[in-house]
Design a protein around this ligand. Structure first.
Ligand code: G6Q
Length: 552
């Protein structure tokens, strides 16, 4: 038995599983206090967890469990720069990147705030130069397009945020993203652009990531083909990295290189210079608003008691559904078009962080950890996969996210959108029983035999858990808070599961194998040691490629 499963609250929670599975969620509302009790308003975000299979006793025990694993001390350890990323022996300080309180944050005895402020200042100056047109391309033309070249944590955050805050952008700068090593992506992006007016941001903490380096080289060649002068690189390339030497070797000058540090994890890095495309697209003031919103959520998370702490609440709903009730996936369903990429963003944040099966001491964990995160815009999902959510034989807890005010109001649209938000969460919880279906079909004049035949197909069992998050509006500050809310949720879950949420060793093996396989594909010669299946697929690929080339 692991240490956490021996805790009194964990043991008591196990005794609550049957009750939770056999109590209709809607019956919990017999308690008239429930709505108020399970709703929190933090900054511009209303969080309602009342539609969860969590009664007062269970919630009390979940909070007790959070206290028994000493979330408070773990939280302080993170904010105070202790090396909570134990396997990489690093601090985890994305919170310092958005610390707007003018207070020091120490890593190994050194206050990191001055270097953060310094880098922010450099970003501000650079963003102003580009957006004002003072920074010009090699032929003297102003920059109109920014292309971020990066992948994973160096792509998903800025890509999601720039889409989410599009209504706050002016038309000075367009922004594009290239992450995939499939040449189709970069070719599609470059086809639309004029090399004299493009700024490439090569975003890579390590500056060794093969996809990013390949794309950066292709972009460089594309620029050279138009400028015929390697000095043009200085006008059209900047980098964000912690590997200054590799950036220099690529040909980007130190003055065009923005720093990040080893205590910033890739998937938590949009608050650093990795957010440069966001600032270039929206202006630095809006970027600062994003930081401010996240900082305010940090203050809430750090100082609010567990029983009124939004990230803790969100984490406990997932813990209960996944680890105790065995629901392995979770859907993220925004009813706010700008959040179209939010579930893709959270997919990395949660799954790379908490997709672990050993605890911080390297022992196998005997309970379910990180959920499978998936989703897309709710309205589109309704016409695609909601059938499964309502009547599939696995229960998928879902977070619904909507806003009071649309960031781009269009007459007659927003109420229709939100009517669906409320309808779906109501339907998922309340369902519709056989009597209801019978009455409905009888009213339509169907005969009894047909009615009985249809009933099992039309019954919705309901009892499907959802959280509702309602934002005042999706502005930069609120988005910052929303992202930070989920980041801290991930931290709380990792702390309870006692796993290291800040490493990602599981992505290494495939990368290493790909490095070995590349020369085999290029040279067309297989080395020993592949399993039979992979060897025969590679042989097929090599032969087909040879045949293709022979035909060219
Ligand atoms: C995130 C991961 C990973 C990383 C990418 C890109 O937490 O570490 O997604 O961001 O692999 O790495 P580089 O920024 O080093 O290119």
């Amino acid at each position: 038995m692991s240490a956490v499963t021996r805790l009194p609250a964990w043991q008591a929670l196990q005794q609550r599983i049957d009750t939770a599975l056999n109590t209709p969620i809607k019956s919990l509302f017999d308690d008239p206090a429930r709505c108020g009790q399970y709703t929190l308003k933090v900054q511009n975000i209303l969080l309602d967890i009342s539609k969860q299979p969590i009664d007062n006793d269970t919630f009390g025990l979940l909070l007790q469990l959070a206290a028994e694993v000493d979330i408070e001390s773990r939280r302080e350890a993170m904010f105070n720069g202790q090396h909570i990323n134990v396997t990489e022996d690093r601090a985890v300080l994305h919170t310092a990147l958005r610390n707007r309180s003018n207070t020091p944050v120490y890593v190994d005895g050194e206050d990191v705030m001055p270097i953060i402020e310094h880098e922010l200042k450099r970003m501000r100056v650079f963003v102003k130069a580009v957006r004002s047109g003072r920074w010009r391309g090699y032929s003297g033309k102003r920059i109109t397009d920014v292309v971020n070249i990066g992948i994973g944590g160096s792509d998903l955050g800025p890509r999601m945020v720039t889409q989410a805050l599009k209504p706050y952008a002016d038309d000075r700068i367009r922004v594009h993203f290239v992450s995939n090593v499939d040449g189709v992506e970069i070719a599609n992006v470059l086809r639309e652009l004029n090399p004299e007016r493009v700024l490439f941001v090569v975003a890579s903490k390590t500056f060794t990531t093969s996809e990013t380096m390949t794309n950066a080289q292709t972009a460089r060649n594309w620029l050279m083909a138009s400028s015929f002068d390697s000095r043009a690189v200085a006008k059209h390339f900047v980098a964000v990295s912690s590997n200054v030497a590799a950036v220099k070797a690529f040909g980007i000058k130190p003055e065009n290189t923005f720093q990040m540090w080893d205590w910033v994890g890739g998937r938590f890095s949009l608050w650093s210079a990795i957010g440069l495309p966001i600032a270039l697209y929206l202006g630095f003031k809006q970027f600062e608003e994003l930081l401010q919103g996240a900082h305010e959520m940090d203050l809430h998370f750090r100082h609010e008691p567990l029983n009124s702490n939004a990230p803790v609440w969100l984490a406990l709903t997932t813990l209960w559904n996944s680890t105790f009730l065995g629901r392995q996936s979770q859907a993220i369903l925004p009813y706010d078009w700008p959040l179209a990429r939010f579930s893709a963003y959270l997919q990395q944040a949660e799954m790379e962080s908490n997709g672990k099966s050993v605890d911080s001491h390297g022992q196998p964990v005997p309970y379910g950890t990180g959920s499978i995160i998936w989703g897309q815009l709710g309205i589109d999902g309704q016409h695609a996969f909601y059938q499964y959510l309502h009547q599939g034989n696995a229960v998928v807890p879902a977070d619904f996210i909507g806003s009071i005010e649309s960031s781009t109001p269009v007459q007659g649209h927003h109420e229709k959108l939100m009517a669906n938000f409320f309808a779906q969460t109501e339907a998922l919880m309340c369902g519709i029983d056989a009597d209801h279906v019978r009455t409905e079909l009888a009213a339509k004049g169907l005969d009894e035999a047909r009615i009985e035949q249809l009933i099992p197909h039309k019954v919705h069992e309901g009892n499907r858990p959802t959280n509702s998050l309602i934002l005042d509006r999706l502005d930069p500050r609120t988005l910052g808070a929303l992202i930070a809310l989920y980041e801290h949720k991930i931290f709380v879950l990792g702390s309870i599961w006692d796993i290291c949420s800040f490493d990602q060793w599981g992505v290494e093996l495939g990368k290493t194998l790909a490095k070995g396989i590349l020369p085999e594909l290029e040279e067309g010669v297989l080395r020993e040691g592949h399993d039979d299946s992979t060897a025969s697929l590679m042989t097929y690929f090599i032969e087909q490629r040879r045949a293709l080339k022979a035909r060219e």
